[in-house]
Design a protein around this ligand. Structure first.
Ligand SMILES: [Mn+2]
Length: 415
């Protein structure tokens, strides 16, 4: 049996003594209330903190919130603080059909948003979000990983709790909401696309059925049905997933009627031509990705606006709608997508629509986006990573969210 040498033992004890001594001296330290340069560090993680101080507004420091929005413990000590938009993470990816990893989406999108700021002017949209909206980042909803039904219920409850509050800003007595009050809006960061169903239930409860503008490569209205040779028993429920949640939304009466919902960027394969028949029954019009070539972004905007009319609108944005080379980190990748330049023009074209809520989903950056390649290999986390070291997908997703906030800022939810 090998015994450590006496000199090694002495060196080890000396080292541990040093560590203990250091920690003891730290424990007794009294930090000054106000730092020499006038910065109150004791406020940094205080529950009283509602605004990030000006000095911490650089892109690389401070708490990582969405586009430097205010971090709020919306379900805890800050629950009485009002806001107009809540950013809410939904780290869930256990109903995805190909690549998992969207559980890292909320964190990834926030990281991708570090160079954005809700207090800076969005030049093409000609607006500063914070002039019109108080945006709070409420963090992530805890979603269990072993039971999708329970996880989605957790999200549904959290979303409903936020939506039921009164927003900071009100606009007279002409609210779009059924109860006549002004409620905060939620910008959800997914998560796989399944999260849209509980999110839709929340907004429909407040506003009634909504027109969905669904940016995606895939229609997501597949009817859950048991195949002849399926492993499900006859009569056993086919679970909710990221490709059938819109069928459920239709069946639950969440979607506006008369085909006033639209998919944009569709290019995924089908199981049968009947899939399009079912999609039409669910209430959707389709704008294929090819439309960008054939009618251009202006034509796509016209198609969207003609479809949704004056209805309240919910935007559900699957990052896989973006050209794969510009957003590779996603669950079900498809080539031939919308470019980032085109999507900015399309989103600008939606100005004036009454956007009651939105989500950005299927961002699966993996875990190693912030590690260097050696660290990634050392921890095997490269195996989980679909994004590049440049955080490209996260940055695209974050910018989409920033533009959606600008659209929300432009149009209050007045009836
Ligand atoms: Mn989708």
């Amino acid at each position: 049996m090998l015994l450590p040498s006496a000199s090694l033992c002495i060196a080890l004890f000396a080292f541990l003594d040093g560590v203990i001594a250091q920690q003891e001296s730290l424990a007794g330290t009294n930090y000054p209330q106000v730092f020499d340069e006038g910065v109150d560090f004791t406020q940094l993680f205080s529950p009283k903190l509602t605004h990030i101080e000006r000095w911490s507004q650089t892109s690389w420091n401070g708490l990582v919130t969405f586009a430097r929005s205010n971090p709020l413990r919306c379900f805890g000590v800050d629950s009485a603080i009002p806001f107009d938009v809540a950013v809410l993470g939904a780290p869930f990816d256990t109903a995805t059909s190909y690549r998992p990893g969207a559980r890292f989406g909320p964190n990834g999108i926030r990281q991708g948003s570090r160079h954005l700021n809700v207090a800076r002017i969005n030049v093409p949209q000609k607006i500063r979000v914070t002039d019109f909206l108080e945006v709070a980042d409420c963090g992530d909803v805890p979603m269990v990983l072993t039971d999708n039904k329970v996880a989605l219920r957790q999200l549904e409850l959290a979303n409903a709790a936020l939506l039921s509050r009164t927003s900071l800003r009100t606009h007279g007595d002409k609210s779009l909401a059924k109860d006549g009050k002004f409620h905060p809006r939620v910008l959800a960061l997914g998560g796989d696309h399944t999260i849209t169903l509980p999110l839709l239930r929340g907004v429909v409860d407040i506003y009634g059925p909504v027109s969905v503008i669904h940016f995606d490569s895939h229609i997501d209205t597949w009817k859950p049905q048991r195949m002849e040779d399926s492993p499900w028993e006859p009569g056993q429920e086919i679970p909710l997933s990221h490709d059938n949640y819109l069928w459920h939304a239709y069946k639950e009466g969440l979607l506006a009627s008369n085909n006033t919902n639209i998919h944009v960027g569709i290019r995924g394969a089908l199981d049968s031509w009947d899939d399009y028949r079912d999609d039409h029954e669910a209430g959707f019009v389709i704008s294929h990705a090819d439309d960008l070539e054939e009618i251009g972004w202006k034509g796509v905007v016209t198609k969207i606006r003609d479809t949704v009319g004056d209805n309240p609108v919910y935007i559900s944005f699957d990052i896989d709608v973006i050209e794969l080379g510009m957003a590779p980190a996603t669950g079900t990748p498809e080539i031939g997508g919308i470019t980032t330049r085109e999507i900015k023009k399309i989103l600008q074209g939606l100005s004036g629509l009454k956007i009651i809520g939105a989500d950005i989903v299927e961002v699966a950056p993996g875990t190693s986006a912030n590690l260097n390649i050696q660290e990634s290999i050392a921890t095997f986390s490269l195996l989980l990573a679909y994004d590049t070291q440049d955080e490209i997908t996260q940055i695209v997703a974050a910018n989409i969210g920033w533009h959606i906030l600008a659209l929300m800022a432009k149009t209050p939810l007045v009836a």
